[in-house]
Design a protein around this ligand. Structure first.
Ligand code: ARG
Length: 555
């Protein structure tokens, strides 16, 4: 991602700047060679520059080139590296890798700086000001399922990462509140409660059960079905009783969703499908005037190069659909909300839909053809949640899993583990509850985030609540230990930050220090590629580095 100004802490970028100068001096005939800098995995250095081989294959045989192979190119890159207080020593390995060992002093000073200035000064500087993250987005009156849970967790994390990077994030809950299911629900509601005043949350009871019963009625009775279909039209044309019933159903669903959000500490702003409905005709007109919309089998569609089905924007019955809404929402987000990056978090099953929407927007000139330019739209897809049997995660009754039950169980289990450790005697009931929630919900979140989001993952309470291995519990313990060291020191940390001196003598101290300094580049990578797992891996390694430091560097 293009960054406006240099990020205070990005080591990789600092080194890239140095090597850029060296590369220019090494092969003056090859300007603009991009430095390839990577953190080292071996023990020969902290970072390496990997340009020698690629450069060699470009320049070999050219007149005036004196190098006899990539190692010689590597040597020259090393020799031409400008002096820097950052670098302690360099060496060339194998076919020309230039290894860099960072200076301990420089490292220590920079950690001190990080500590004094605050971690927020190490946030990546992204070149955008405002983004939309469209996430969670369950459907009214239907079950909020594990797919929505994934979207909620991943979307919230991406939003937090961007917010940390000083981007204003519009957290959008694009709830499905305008689908054809409402005709059936409202008609069923009218049938059960002929008196409008009689229906309310308590009367409807469980909305899912209500949905099921109305669906049964819909499937079994063609007369009801016909009425339900008319009801959609009456709702959408704004008939008052229908609008009121619709609003009531939405409100009940909303309250259920909010409970999940509250427990997860997730904040979202609802702008559901219905919000964009008034914008659809105008947006379709714009697209039509651009010559993008064509007639096809009575529907109005946009053809997309390379995809054999078109994007239907007006159905053959004249109604609008999911795609019409998404075109209007994209238009609104770009033009009214002035978002520069619009991020959609759904399962990978919707990838083609978004691919088509984005390509249509490019045809319309709303988005630049080049994906590395802004404004940009990105689909953040994710895989399935699997049960321990390797199949789609379901309860025994093959029903979808209720998220509230899932969170309850995570909490109950983590509480039991705390009680087993004797915490019930040490803590107040409130502390126990709070800790059980932090661990239980944290475990569910982390288990989701730590894998590359595109892969399916297995939902396994035992694994996610294990206090060893790559789990939230392990991370939280490491964090708690750090807090307790600070507490026990009895020292004024604010004072210590300013006056203390950091030394990185021991190998484990140095390793921890290096890892801390890599924070900036990792966050930037996680933000640029929208990959929370990159950040999880960093935190896990940080905990490990800390644990090693803690056990080996006690005075
Ligand atoms: N409601 C949809 C679903 O449950 C997700 C909506 C995603 N966002 C969007 N703008 N289409 O699958």
């Amino acid at each position: 991602m293009a960054t406006e100004e240099e990020n205070a802490g990005n080591l990789k970028r600092k080194l890239a700047k140095l090597f850029q100068l060296s590369l220019e001096a090494t092969v003056p005939g090859e300007p603009d060679v991009e430095p390839l800098i990577a953190a080292c995995t071996g023990r020969f250095g902290d970072y390496q520059c990997n340009n020698a081989m690629g450069l060699w294959s470009k320049i070999k045989g050219r007149p005036g080139i004196e190098f006899r192979g990539p190692p010689a190119v590597g040597q020259a890159i090393m020799r031409n590296l400008p002096q820097s207080e950052m670098v302690e020593s360099c060496s060339v390995a194998g076919p020309g890798f230039v290894n860099v060992v960072l200076s301990r002093n420089w490292m220590a000073q920079n950690i001190q700086k990080m500590l004094v200035d605050g971690i927020e000064t190490w946030a990546p500087k992204l070149s955008i000001k405002r983004a939309v993250v469209d996430f969670s987005s369950p459907n009214i009156a239907k079950e909020m399922h594990v797919g929505h849970l994934r979207s909620t967790i991943i979307g919230d994390t991406l939003a937090r990462m961007l917010e940390f990077s000083n981007v204003e994030v519009l957290r959008r809950n694009h709830v499905g509140d305008w689908g054809t299911q409402f005709g059936m629900l409202i008609e069923f509601l009218f049938e059960k409660f002929p008196n409008f005043e009689d229906f309310n949350e308590a009367a409807i009871g469980d909305l899912q059960a209500f949905y099921k019963a109305s669906k049964q009625r819909f499937d079994a009775d063609s007369e009801f079905k016909a009425r339900a279909q008319k009801a959609v039209v009456r709702l959408q044309s704004g008939e008052q009783a229908y609008r009121q019933a619709w609003a009531q159903i939405c409100e009940i669903s909303r309250r259920e969703f909010d409970q999940v959000y509250q427990r997860l500490g997730v904040h979202l702003e609802e702008k559901g499908e219905s919000f964009y409905n008034p914008y659809i005709p105008g947006v379709i007109e714009v697209l039509t005037n651009l010559g993008l919309v064509e007639e096809s089998r009575d529907a109005r569609v946009i053809f997309i190069e390379g995809i054999n089905i078109p994007l239907i924007v007006v159905k053959s019955d004249g109604g609008y659909n999911y795609a019409s809404t998404d075109m209007a929402a994209l238009w609104y987000r770009l033009n009214e909300e002035k978002a520069e990056w619009i991020i959609y978090v759904t399962d990978v099953g919707q990838q083609q839909h978004f691919d088509m929407v984005f390509k249509a927007a490019k045809r319309a000139g709303w988005l630049p053809a080049n994906d590395s330019q802004y404004p940009k739209a990105s689909h953040v897809g994710f895989g399935l949640v699997l049960g321990e049997d390797g199949k789609r995660f379901r309860t025994r009754s093959t029903e979808v899993v209720r998220l509230a039950d899932l969170l309850d169980e995570a909490k109950t289990r983590s509480k039991a583990a705390l009680v087993e450790r004797g915490k019930a005697a040490e803590w107040t009931e409130e502390e126990l509850e709070q800790t059980a929630e932090a661990i239980g919900y944290g475990a569910v979140k982390y288990a989701d985030l730590k894998n590359n989001r595109l892969t399916n993952y297995t939902f396994d309470f035992d694994q996610m609540l294990n206090d060893k291995g790559n789990t939230a519990v392990y991370l939280l313990y490491a964090h708690a230990r750090i807090c307790s060291i600070i507490r026990k020191s009895g020292k004024d940390i604010g004072e210590l930050k300013k006056t203390g001196t950091i030394v990185l003598d021991h190998a484990d101290e140095r390793a921890l220090g290096l890892h801390l300094l890599q924070f900036a580049e990792v966050v930037e990578e996680a933000c640029t590629n929208l990959l929370p797992n990159v950040l999880c891996e960093y935190l896990y390694n940080l905990s490990e580095n800390f644990t090693r430091f803690y056990s080996n560097c006690q005075e």
